[in-house]
Design a protein around this ligand. Structure first.
Ligand code: NAD
Length: 242
């Protein structure tokens, strides 16, 4: 079993992924933007599975910070075998009213942040000639969504990056795939209006939002030997919405 890095792992889907990968027997670095206490609480749960789990704070949108964090990880824990690009934000608003910083912030964190980690970890994994990279995209990036032009652009961009990285890293035995969740019960969807939530549920074949663990299990599969011949793909986990 190898070392996994989960970005934005202090809560929601990222926390569930960290715990699942720990249950699978991987050591885990739990990255967070600011809440080290929350990341430590997730690490504690991971350690219950008998693995090493380390909370680490850095901003994924800051290339120099990613470089520094990865150098420290390599020195103290070794080369990562799994990278899960999960960190993400929303800054919703209709396109015609969207402020420039709303657009820029989402692209900077959701797309550039994933690129920073992909590029730096990809180089380390290439030298190790092994690795699994899983990018958390969204069905919004596949079908579009009202009020989310920034988020949809970032999540669609992530799918293009996934396919390109799969081609460039494949010859070194590294797989790169994406998961596109639908509506999942986390802090990110907690403040949506009840009307919007009920409307969304009517469009979901299974009639409910997903649980973070239901995304973590897809990541676990893609990180496992069972997915050894799958790369450049996107697995949609949306309860039958799109
Ligand atoms: P969340 O808001 O609960 O968690 C996001 C995490 O990312 C947080 O831990 C946050 O601290 C971290 N983060 C934000 N900016 C960061 C930065 N600059 N550097 C490092 N970490 C940063 O959201 P979630 O619902 O758990 O979403 C996780 C991922 O899944 C996101 O990429 C999101 O876009 C995607 N997603 C979520 C849903 C959903 O319905 N919840 C659906 C599709 C895709």
């Amino acid at each position: 079993m190898g070392l996994a890095i989960v970005t934005g792992g202090s809560r929601g889907i990222g926390a569930a992924i960290a715990e699942r990968l720990a249950a699978d027997g991987h050591d885990v670095v739990i990255n967070c933007a600011s809440s080290v206490d929350k990341a430590e609480a997730v690490a504690e749960k991971c350690r219950a599975h008998g693995v090493n789990a380390v909370p680490m704070q850095w901003d994924v949108s800051d290339h120099a910070a990613c470089e520094k964090a990865l150098a420290e990880i390599k020195e103290k824990l070794g080369v990562p075998y799994i990278l899960v690009n999960n960190a993400g934000i929303t800054r919703d608003g209709l396109m015609v009213r969207m402020k420039e910083e709303q657009f820029d912030d989402v692209i900077r964190i959701n797309l550039k942040g994933a690129y920073n980690m992909l590029q730096l970890c990809g180089a380390m994994m290439m030298r190790a000639k092994q690795g699994r990279i899983i990018n958390i995209s969204s069905i919004s990036g596949m079908v579009g969504n009202f009020g989310q032009i920034n988020y949809c652009a970032a999540k669609a961009g992530l799918l293009g990056m996934t396919k390109t990285a799969a081609k460039e890293l494949g010859p070194r035995g590294i797989t790169v795939n994406a998961v596109a969740p639908g509506f999942i019960d986390t802090d990110m969807t907690a403040n949506l209006s009840d009307d919007l939530k009920e409307g969304a549920k009517k469009q979901i074949a299974l009639g409910r939002f997903g649980k973070p663990e239901e995304i973590a299990s897809v990541v676990s599969f893609l990180a496992s030997d069972n997915a050894s011949f799958i790369t450049g793909q996107t697995i949609v986990a949306d309860g039958g919405m799109i």
